[in-house]
Design a protein around this ligand. Structure first.
Ligand SMILES: NC(=O)C1=CN([C@@H]2O[C@H](COP(=O)(O)OP(=O)(O)OC[C@H]3O[C@@H](n4cnc5c(N)ncnc54)[C@H](O)[C@@H]3O)[C@@H](O)[C@H]2O)C=CC1
Ligand SMILES: CC(=O)C(=O)O
Ligand SMILES: [Mg+2]
Length: 470
């Protein structure tokens, strides 16, 4: 994986500098290592030394490492630590739990806690549906991962998955005022995950499964959907599919292509790639080719992965076989949900006229926009630092806001389609351009419109348990 993708761009180096040391040697060492000093803060001054934080712009991880080494070799200087701004932002985690009211006196205490709280417990015992009105269940979603497919980083385990899940919880709160709590499980056993999620479900109004690898993710989601009466949504499958579909509708509109006639290559037939394909087929696509590590999936082969047999039977009508390069030649659309850097410029050059490239692997896309933007009609990635961010963050806050507001028992196909149409519709005809096929995550209209249409779809399809006030 490319380390540049993980780099913080600015690092803070804390130095202890002996009195009498010439500071210009520090500045020269930073420049020699390829850094650019942009600020100095004095943290502490003592008789024999001063502690300073230097904020330095760096090009990549290599520069950061060289910086620490070079400065550490200077006489009279000790490097206390080097931390980039991203790491500083993660110190102690990114979220907290806060009470809604303060406890000022014994009267407050006896109402929030014992003895008065017992009356509320009894009321819920008599009518369990009151958990929705009298507990955090009404607005609380569990973000559950087993750390097995974290972004494109792979099976890095539950502790390492936490920063992503905390990030998802932040996005839920900021964009849709949904309270969400990250739960990273120390098991990758399908049955144990199902049992554990069912056991914690009473506290939650919805379950957002995240970064669980395929094929286990399919069974886990299916079983939990059957066995729980709250929405269970595997974000990497359905959140991604909803946003992909919205972006593709607009990119096709811009290029004058039709979904029925477009040759669409989906690379990475895992959780996201499979769900995106299902949505494309439901939307009318007739010429989809799936590609994974062993090449194009074809019905001429038998796969150990049961979903791939389904996939091969429902795509690739011409039973083409071959590599990613073979699949991409003559294609109208490339959708990458696989691994960074695997789509080469030479391959893009073989695509049909006005090619559409959605390189959605995170953190490193299948191809960087700067490598292809001059030869494509539209390019999108999953990242926040390029235009056209096709990322499930455009979907999951609004779809859960809608589902919680109408107390939906599930999130069904009708609600997903409504969410996709809502996202696509927030880009007006006069706004649509090659660098604006999908709204920004900061466009407040997105969550509101997704919520509104999702509530309507839930009501129309009979899964809403209440009619929310507008
Ligand atoms: N932009 C977005 O909103 C989203 C992006 N993603 C990204 O998509 C990627 C896949 O995520 P999931 O489907 O959740 O993971 P997954 O582990 O379920 O599936 C990944 C699939 O990609 C295949 N793959 C890996 N390297 C490949 C290669 N060199 N050539 C062809 N296929 C290859 C794997 O064999 C596997 O089938 C990740 O990078 C993830 O960050 C996932 C969800 C949302
Ligand atoms: C965006 C996201 O959920 C992923 O890359 O896994
Ligand atoms: Mg994910």
């Amino acid at each position: 994986m490319n380390n540049k993708a993980l780099d913080g761009k600015t690092v803070i180096v804390r130095l202890e500098i002996d009195s009498g040391t010439n500071f210009s040697s520090v500045v020269s060492a930073i420049e020699a290592a390829g850094g650019d000093m942009i600020a100095i803060d004095v943290i502490q001054t003592g008789k024999g030394s001063t502690t300073r934080d230097l904020t330095v712009k760096v090009k990549d991880t290599g520069t950061t490492e060289l910086l620490g080494k070079t400065l550490g070799q200077l006489p009279g200087i000790r490097v206390i630590n080097t931390s980039d701004r991203t790491f500083l932002l993660h110190l102690g985690g990114k979220i907290t739990v806060q009470p809604k009211t303060a406890i000022h006196n014994r009267d407050d205490l006896s109402r929030v806690y014992t003895p008065e709280v017992a009356r509320v417990c009894t009321a819920i015992h008599e009518d369990p549906s009151k958990a929705f009105t009298l507990t955090i269940k009404r607005n609380m979603v569990a973000v559950v991962s087993d750390g097995s497919a974290v972004l494109g980083l792979g099976n890095i385990g539950p502790e390492a998955a936490m920063p992503v899940m905390e990030g998802k919880a932040m996005l839920f709160k900021q964009f849709a005022d949904v309270d969400a709590f990250p739960i990273c499980l120390d098991t990758q056993d399908t049955e144990e995950i199902i049992r554990t999620v069912k056991a914690i479900a009473p506290a939650f109004g919805g379950i957002n499964l995240e970064d669980i690898s395929s094929p286990r993710c399919f069974e886990i989601e299916e079983r939990l959907r059957e066995e729980l009466n709250i929405p269970v949504f595997h974000d990497d499958q359905h959140g991604t599919a909803v946003v992909l579909y919205a972006g593709l509708l607009n990119a096709l509109r811009l290029t004058g292509k039709s979904i029925e006639d477009a040759r669409i290559v989906v690379c990475g037939i895992g959780a996201a790639g499979t769900a995106c394909t299902k949505m494309l087929l439901a939307g009318g696509a007739r010429n989809v080719l799936g590609v994974d590590r062993d090449g194009i999936l074809t019905a001429d082969r038998d796969y150990a992965h049961p979903m791939w047999n389904w996939y091969a039977a429902n795509t690739n009508p011409g039973r083409i076989s071959g590599s990613l390069a073979d699949a991409v030649a003559g294609a109208d659309v490339f959708i990458g949900l696989s691994a960074g850097g695997i789509l080469k410029r030479e391959m893009v050059l073989t695509m049909n006229e006005q090619p559409i490239v959605f390189a959605m692997a995170n953190p490193e896309p299948e191809i960087r926009p700067e490598q292809a933007e001059d030869i494509v009609a539209v390019i999108a990635t999953g990242r926040s630092d390029y235009p056209n961010q096709i990322n499930n963050v455009l979907c999951f806050p609004g779809i859960f806001r809608g589902a919680l507001d109408c107390r939906a028992t599930t999130i069904n196909e009708e609600m997903k389609l409504a969410a996709a149409e809502a996202i696509a519709s927030t880009v007006g005809e006069d706004e649509l351009s090659r660098s604006y096929i999908i709204p920004s995550v900061f466009n407040a209209k997105v969550v509101e419109e997704v919520r509104r249409r999702v509530v309507q779809a839930a009501r129309d399809s009979g899964v809403a348990r209440r009619n929310p006030r507008e």
